[in-house]
Every structure is written in C-alpha cells, then in structure tokens.
Design a binder for this molecule. Structure first.
Ligand SMILES: N[C@@H](CCC(=O)N[C@@H](CS)C(=O)NCC(=O)O)C(=O)O
Length: 242
C-alpha cells in the first residue's frame, strides 16, 4: 500500500504537503479528492479522515489529518534536510511559532479574502455590502504587516538564510488570494522579494505546478456545482462574511 496523500491543490494546506513531498523525493500515491465535486464528503474518505477535510495521509494502516502534523510526520519519517525543521532549538522554535500563529492570521484572512472575492458572485444572489470586502482586506493588510515585521524582518527566510516549513506554509497561504485575482505582493517589495527566494528554493517548476490549478482562470459555469456542494460552500462563505 505505502504512502497515500489525499489532496486537492486548490487548497492551500494541500499545496504545502504536495510541494514538501515532491521536493524531498518522498514516494507517494496522489489521491485526488475534488472539493468542488464534494468528493471529501464520501463515506470512503471519512475512513481516512473523519473530519472529511484535505489534506489527509495514509501510511499503510496509519492515518493522519491536519497539514502541520502531516508535514512534521513526513519530515521525521523521511529525515528531510535539517533546514526544513531545524534541530537548532531556537530556529525550530521560530518555525513552531509561525506554524502556531498562521491558523489565526495568514491562513484565516487569506481564506476570507479568497472566499469573498471568488465565491460571493457565484453563490449569493446579491453583492455584499462593500464594507465586508474592505474589512477583510484591512484584516489581511494588518496580518501582512505583522508577518513582515515579526516573522520576516530583514532576513532572507523566516529563520535565516534557508527555507523552512514556516516559509512553505506561509507562501501557500499568501498565494491563495491571487486565485481570486487579488495580488498581495503588489506594492510590497519585501514580500515580493521573499516570494522570489521561496520560489527559487522550492524550484520554479514545482512551485508553478502546485499553483497551476489555483491560478488558472476558472469557468465555473462550464462544470456547474452540484446543489449539495453549493450549499456547503455557501455555509462556509457565510461563516466568513457574517
Ligand atoms: N487545519 C486543517 C484545515 C483543513 C481544511 O480546512 N481543508 C479544507 C480545504 S483548504 C477542506 O477540506 N474543506 C472542506 C470542508 O470544510 O468541507 C489543515 O491545516 O489541514
């Protein structure tokens, strides 16, 4: 059976797991779980991840949810180069600090802007009051400022001169709004330079391959969403815009 990764590359935590496994030559079977087709709701998938979310991992009989736990499992099992999750106490603590913070910051507000910009026109009958998008953009702006001031400072990468899991998790989050046409790197030269360094460290081809689906223009009318998927997306969207 070996290692199986359940992924949809439209999802940012899936992209971090995918890039990490590919970059480190970790052999795995790519199990595609299409969120927009509601495949994560299938009974079969709940045996791998009871939360019915991607990413998920299956390693023979062992199953694991949560992208951060999956990344750490892969780093430890495959003894990936030290820079990803440094053995140095304080460097590792810095990586842990970002991985602990991101759920309530870059992840949350990047997703919020993505949802509002990408899904409102698709799922709601009326546009949102402009203040909703403005508010979300303001929260994202504040988060990016903190990211630059606290985590990046004047270093090439979050923990110094080499890429770590913190940079990988950050870049996939910060790319998400671009999937809805909002480029957070524009007008932020420090972030844009960091993005170029991260892309180079990952490898441009792999970076592009992982983001291809997110960045390609989507024609949702071509393959209309099922009513159940629409309902679920709407529920998620309303959580973000209430
Ligand atoms: N904290 C989890 C979040 C997983 C998650 O929310 N995945 C989303 C895609 S980005 C999902 O599967 N959503 C489906 C749903 O909520 O129904 C992680 O980092 O792995």
């Amino acid at each position: 059976m070996g290692l199986e990764l359940y992924l949809d590359l439209l999802s940012q935590p899936c992209r971090s797991v995918y890039i990490f496994a590919k970059k480190n030559g970790i052999p795995f079977e790519f199990k595609h779980v299409l969120l927009l087709k509601g495949q994560h709701k299938a009974e079969e998938f709940s045996k791998v991840n009871i939360f019915r979310k991607v990413p998920a991992l299956k390693d023979d009989d062992f199953t694991l949810a949560e992208s951060i736990a999956i990344l750490l499992y892969l780093a430890r099992k495959f003894k990936t180069p030290d820079h990803w999750y440094p053995s140095d106490l304080q460097k590792r603590a810095r990586v842990d600090e970002y991985l602990s913070w991101q759920h309530t910051a870059t992840r949350l507000y990047g997703t919020k802007v993505f949802f509002i910009k990408a899904l409102v026109p698709l799922l709601l009958d009326e546009p949102l009051p402009p203040a909703k998008l403005d508010g979300a953009l303001e929260e994202l702006k504040e988060t990016l400022k903190l990211f630059e001031e606290k985590f990046l400072q004047d270093r090439p990468f979050i923990v110094g001169n080499e890429i770590s899991l913190a940079d990988l998790v950050a870049i996939v989050e910060l790319m998400q709004p671009l999937g809805a046409g909002y480029d957070i790197f524009e007008g932020r030269p420090k972030l844009a330079a960091w993005r170029r360094r991260v892309e180079e460290a990952i490898g441009k081809d792999l970076f592009l391959e992982a983001h291809e689906q997110l960045l390609k223009p989507k024609d949702m009318t071509k393959e209309p969403l099922s009513p159940e998927v629409k309902e679920k997306l709407k529920e998620n969207l309303l959580k973000y815009v209430k």
